[in-house]
Ligand binder design. Structure first.
Ligand SMILES: C[S@@+](CC[C@H](N)C(=O)[O-])C[C@H]1O[C@@H](n2cnc3c(N)ncnc32)[C@H](O)[C@@H]1O
Length: 279
């Protein structure tokens, strides 16, 4: 798909020229879901269709980016551990600058913008600049992983609570978590960004008293055609994780014993949906 040239330099020009004559535009923080375009919400699809500029994460699939208007500028703000294309402050400034230029800015983020997505920081930057910012929730990766594995996050008997935690805190520090609470039985713990810290996390949970036999599930690339689901136990979590790469969730809890090996139904329905929305 051909796109207008060099959005990056356009952002630079905006900042240098400081244009303020146009009515301010709006920033939309939109959750793109876990990858499968069929898991995009109808609202996300509608808002994406209005974008002048789309600033997207690395985890947003190309199938979803293809749904942006052909005239929209696409800017990758992909961030990888220790290899940031843009620092968060630069992304915040870019969103504000485009909006002040009068553009409709869609900040497209993997999963949900407010689940380990730094959506809160971008919202604060917009508010501080007086830019209107709306949030469109998305299907967070844990929901897709649990659904495709057939492993419920809550269950009346074996999972009376679910907690989402990060394995990767700011400035590479260990996350400040209540390990005793996370080690309680009949409680599902979902760890985002946990692959490289799996040994440390498993050690903390075991040390706080969670049984080594507790069922665990790792889902890589949830909802994508490349999805992998690996069932294991808390005791073997670190060893299993060490063999894997890619965006992955570690899920620990008694209800993970329900994870099946069934093939997931991936009948694409998006084309029909788009026809319906456009009608
Ligand atoms: C910066 S967080 C963003 C989470 C996102 N906002 C969400 O709600 O899903 C990135 C982490 O989310 C998890 N993740 C995102 N998409 C995933 C997917 N399709 N499959 C498995 N894990 C995923 C991985 O743990 C990844 O390292």
């Amino acid at each position: 798909m051909s796109r207008p040239a060099s959005p990056k330099s356009k952002a630079g020009l905006v900042l240098l020229k400081g244009e303020t004559s146009k009515a301010p535009g709006t920033v939309w923080l939109v959750g793109a879901g876990p990858g499968d375009p069929d898991l995009l919400t109808i609202k996300a699809l509608r808002v994406l269709g209005t974008a002048d500029v789309v600033v997207h994460d690395g985890l947003v699939s190309s199938d979803i980016l293809d749904l942006a208007p052909a005239a929209a500028q696409l800017i990758s703000a992909a961030k990888r551990k220790s290899r940031h294309t843009y620092a968060q402050a630069e992304i915040n400034a870019m969103l504000v600058a485009f909006a002040l230029e009068g553009l409709t800015v869609v900040r497209l983020k993997g999963g949900d913008p407010f689940i380990f997505g730094r959506g809160g920081e971008e919202l604060e930057a917009c508010r501080a600049a007086g830019v209107v910012c709306h949030i469109v929730p998305g299907v967070t990766a844990a929901l897709a992983a649990s659904a495709s594995a057939g492993a419920p996050l809550t269950h009346r008997t074996t999972a009376q609570a679910v907690t989402f935690v990060t394995g990767h805190a700011a400035r590479d520090q260990e996350p400040d978590l209540d390990w005793a609470a996370l080690a309680r039985a009949n409680h599902t713990v979902v760890i985002y960004m946990g692959l490289s810290a799996a040994a440390q996390i498993a050690g903390r949970l075991l040390g706080a008293g969670r049984a080594a036999s507790t069922p665990a599930l790792i889902v890589v690339d949830a909802s994508r055609s490349s999805e992998q689901r690996i069932t294991t136990t808390l005791g073997n979590l670190a060893m299993t994780a060490s063999t894997l790469t890619g965006p992955a969730l570690l899920m620990v809890g008694e209800a993970m014993a329900l994870a099946g090996r069934d093939e997931v139904d991936r009948v694409p329905v998006l084309d029909n949906l788009i026809a319906g929305v456009g009608a």
